[in-house]
Design a protein around this ligand. Structure first.
Ligand code: HEC
Ligand code: HEC
Length: 294
């Protein structure tokens, strides 16, 4: 029997469609054309794409691409948007640069702008460490309260931001706590005693049997020089108050012992090397305004 036979087109009795007239071993092929509406949409998309190639940049060439008759491209579109934004912001930034930081609050429009500008810069650069609202985290100081490691005046805050803390910048804030355990300046017992003494300074309950008198002696000899006789801290050295009940590195015995044994000496980058002066100014104002400004 032949593989393929040509017969005349006829109507398939089951589906009601015409056949193409091809038949293979008794199987006939239905003539099932694409629906009209589908074809018209298909042709319309072809026409549209040709129009698109003509109007917009489309075909890659060796070093560029066809330009399109209206001259649009995504890069010039972005450039235009950025230019418009800067034209908008430029005068406000000029005003920010030329206004004394303490006088910003007297100019309501500038005040709004500075706080918004500062908030955005803070979210982008500072929030990863200090928290979105500036609330801090273990090892990263809270910037909302009025307890400052290095000081909360405009000048102090600007200095901390511009030059950072314990980094390579020549104007960086410096002040390292010795690692009393690692460097064998104190014995394990002395560290435990002074840890409990320091905890007691802010009223934390200490375990029974702690030798606070011995701890106090260790404190006077080794710690008071930086943290103050009563644990009030010293901003020139960035030595935190140990009596205010706030703990940068935790108040559990284990945390305090670890701080004394190994020291923390955490650092912050010098933002003046990375941000322009108006951003630093807005950030200084914003941080000062978070609640603890002096
Ligand atoms: C990589 C983490 C990190 C980032 C990012 C960071 N900081 Fe800090 N910041 C720190 C640490 C850690 C300290 C505390 C260092 C110390 O122990 O003295 C600090 C301290 C400060 C202080 C001093 C606080 C005080 O009590 O005196 C200010 C002000 C400050 N940061 C502002 C900022 C601002 C504004 C930004 C964003 C431009 C920022 N920080 C970004 C880690 C960071
Ligand atoms: C040379 C100055 C210096 C001396 C001496 C010193 N400290 Fe410190 N201490 C610091 C500084 C600076 C920090 C903050 C380090 C940081 O932020 O990373 C600190 C932090 C601490 C903290 C962490 C506070 C917190 O909020 O979590 C404790 C606790 C502490 N010191 C206890 C002691 C004890 C106890 C001694 C004596 C055995 C001592 N320090 C001696 C400078 C000193």
């Amino acid at each position: 029997m032949a593989d393929e036979q040509h017969t005349k087109p006829e109507v398939d009795p089951v589906t009601g469609y015409k056949t193409t007239g091809h038949e293979w071993d008794g199987l006939t092929e239905l003539n099932h054309p694409l629906p009209r509406w589908w074809l018209w949409i298909f042709y319309a998309t072809i026409v549209w794409s040709i129009g698109y190639w003509i109007v917009f940049p489309a075909w890659p060439l060796v070093f560029s691409a066809t330009g399109g008759v209206i001259g649009w491209n995504s890069r010039t579109a972005v450039d235009q948007e950025v230019a418009a934004l800067e034209a908008n912001r430029g005068p406000m930034i000029d005003r920010l640069s030329s206004t004394e930081i303490a006088a910003i609050k007297e100019d309501p429009e500038l005040l709004d702008f500075t706080l918004a500008y500062g908030r955005i810069a803070f979210k982008e650069n500072c929030a990863p460490c200090h928290g979105v609202g500036g609330g801090g985290a273990k090892g990263y100081p809270n910037l909302i309260d009025d307890q400052w490691l290095w000081g909360g005046s405009f000048d102090d805050i600007a200095h901390s931001i511009n030059y950072g803390i314990r980094n390579d910048n020549p104007d960086s804030r410096i002040g390292d706590m010795p690692a009393f355990g690692r460097d064998e300046l104190l014995s394990t017992t002395e560290i435990r005693d002074v840890a409990q003494y320091v905890r007691s300074l802010s009223g934390l309950p200490v375990p029974r049997g702690s030798d606070l008198a011995a701890g106090s002696e260790v404190y006077e000899t080794n710690c008071a020089v930086c943290h103050g006789d009563a644990g009030e801290g010293n901003r020139d050295l960035g030595a935190p108050s140990l009596s205010d009940g706030l703990w940068l590195y935790g108040s559990d015995t284990d945390d305090v012992v670890a701080t004394i044994a190994n020291a923390r000496n955490s650092s912050m980058p010098a933002w003046g090397e990375r941000l322009d002066p108006s951003s630093v100014k807005a950030l200084t104002f914003y941080v000062h305004n978070l609640g603890g400004g002096e």
